[in-house]
Design a protein around this ligand. Structure first.
Ligand SMILES: Cc1cc2nc3c(=O)[nH]c(=O)nc-3n(C[C@H](O)[C@H](O)[C@H](O)COP(=O)(O)OP(=O)(O)OC[C@H]3O[C@@H](n4cnc5c(N)ncnc54)[C@H](O)[C@@H]3O)c2cc1C
Length: 460
């Protein structure tokens, strides 16, 4: 017989869903269609008080707890089999104070909401590159996006956070209040509590920004990546580059005869004037000789949605990331050799050159898993709606990752791009000093390891 969790239903202002309820399937399914688990109960929490009730229920019944922010965690950390799924999607408000350049953002908000609300005032905070991603998981792991070279990671712009702890109490973490917790939240993931509200510092951005995309066919991939490496060694302020090994999307700015063509797109986003953007594009174009290019002004919110369609809800996806200090010829050769091996046009390798504001933050200032001296973040993604193609490309991701490992910076990688997490990789990601500090803070704020459905830091 299905447990209907009547006491929890009565205690919560939000909705409680169990198997058989009409909205249950909609609530348990997350972005990654490869994840198909059945929680015993889903608690849609609307406030810290709801969270305290849900956590008490899990404690009394000995249920595993998982927290869903935007539901984009690659390995489905948000959905516990037979456990309690805390769904933060009702906590999606974004309140902007344009005078103070601050935004207070609900723990279940999406980037789309964040960007739209901030852009009403010509403001923005660095966040990810796909707008249906959740602010919650993205921020707690670090959070990079097009604004990172200009303004750092999302965590570098975090002013404070309201957190419900494992015992149901609610605290505010900032530089002055619970400073250790505040440090740990900035990179340590969802290990320490449920963040019901993030407060971000904002920057003037847009509303119009400039996109330059230059595409080269796949058999010239090595040339394209080497050209990008030279061109992006030092990029002018206000410019944010990316290298996307993709299949050309059927977008209006792609000539029809090149739709679905596999290749490499060098992307150069300009946050300054059109002239500054054009000046940054010119030498790249000369060195690259693109098959086609698109240069266009677009609203910042459209830039943030540009990659949404290639990562649609329900698609199956397996992703592994690594950091590189350099992009040596050995790495370029591995990529050029392995790119033709992907079966799905949605599978891709994305390379984001860092530096700039990202590198100006000291390693010890935040709990971010990775060094600020790292130059490239590489995401290898196997993505397909078709199970067979997905299985093939999952192997392709693993093999490509293995092949790149010898040139990577250490054995760790970005916690938010881990399709699987193991203790050894996690320790390597943070380094022993940071990991041990995180473990001590974990022991203080979550000694029973209630929040363990994540890249889990074990309490010291
Ligand atoms: C299509 C796609 C594009 C992406 N692009 C980028 C990118 O450009 N930049 C980038 O940095 N990352 C990117 N990522 C990775 C992304 O940051 C992680 O997948 C992140 O975990 C997503 O957060 P979420 O809240 O949507 O996910 P969820 O699955 O809801 O949560 C992930 C983890 O965070 C915890 N969590 C979430 N919200 C809270 C909260 N409020 N309080 C406490 N714990 C919480 C969960 O418990 C879980 O452990 C992308 C992922 C996808 C799928």
């Amino acid at each position: 017989m299905i447990d209907t969790f009547d006491a929890l239903r009565a205690a919560l202002a939000g909705t409680v869903l169990v198997p058989g309820d009409p909205d249950y399937d909609g609530a348990r399914l997350i972005w990654n269609g490869a994840i198909d688990r059945y929680p015993a109960v889903v608690a849609r929490c609307t406030s810290p008080a709801d969270l305290a009730e849900a956590l008490a229920c899990a404690r009394e019944r000995g249920l595993d707890v998982a927290v869903r922010g935007g539901g984009h965690g690659y390995w489905g950390a948000a959905v516990p089999e037979n456990g309690l799924m805390i769904d933060l999607s009702p906590l999606d408000s974004v309140v902007v104070d344009p005078g103070a350049r601050r935004a207070r953002v609900g723990g279940g908000a999406t980037l789309a909401r964040l960007d739209a609300a901030c852009q009403e005032h010509g403001l923005a905070v660095p966040a990810g590159t796909v707008s249906h991603t959740g602010v919650g998981g993205l921020t707690l792991g670090g959070g990079f996006g097009w604004l990172t070279p200009l303004h750092g990671l999302s965590i570098d712009n975090l002013e404070s956070a309201e957190v419900v702890l494992a015992d149901g109490s609610c605290v505010r973490a900032s530089a002055d209040e619970h400073p250790d917790l505040f440090w740990a939240l900035r990179g340590g993931g969802g290990n320490f509590g449920v963040v019901t509200e993030f407060e971000f510092r904002l920057h003037p951005v847009g509303p119009i920004v400039h996109l330059g995309l230059m595409f080269v066919e796949q058999d010239r991939a090595a040339h394209a990546i080497r050209t990008a490496r030279e061109a992006f060694r030092s990029v002018p302020p206000g410019i944010s580059p990316g290298i996307a090994c993709i299949s050309a999307p059927p977008a209006p700015f792609v000539p029809e005869q090149h739709h679905s063509a596999p290749g490499v797109a060098l992307m150069i986003v300009g946050f300054g004037t059109a002239q500054e953007h054009a000046a940054a594009l010119a030498p790249v174009r000369d060195a690259l000789g693109p098959l086609f290019e698109a240069v266009l002004p677009l609203p910042y919110v459209a830039l943030q949605q540009m990659l949404d369609e290639g990562s649609f809800w329900g698609v199956r996806s397996y992703t592994k990331g690594l950091y590189l200090d350099e992009l040596p010829d050995a790495a370029v050769d591995v990529l050029a050799e392995r790119l033709p091996g992907r079966a799905s046009p949605l599978s891709q390798v994305l390379i984001f050159p860092f530096g700039g504001a990202f590198a100006r933050v000291a390693d010890e200032d935040t709990a971010f898993g990775g060094s600020r001296s790292m130059r490239y973040l590489v995401a290898i993604e196997g993505t397909s709606p078709d199970p067979g193609t997905y299985d093939h490309d999952r192997r392709w991701v693993r093999d490509t990752w293995d092949a790149l490992r010898p040139v990577a910076t250490g054995p760790g990688g970005y916690v938010n791009l881990m399709a699987e997490v193991d203790d050894r990789t996690l320790r390597a990601t943070y380094g022993s000093g940071k990991y041990e500090r995180l473990a001590r803070i974990k022991a203080q704020y979550d000694p029973a390891n209630v929040f363990r459905a994540n890249a889990n830091i074990k309490p010291a």
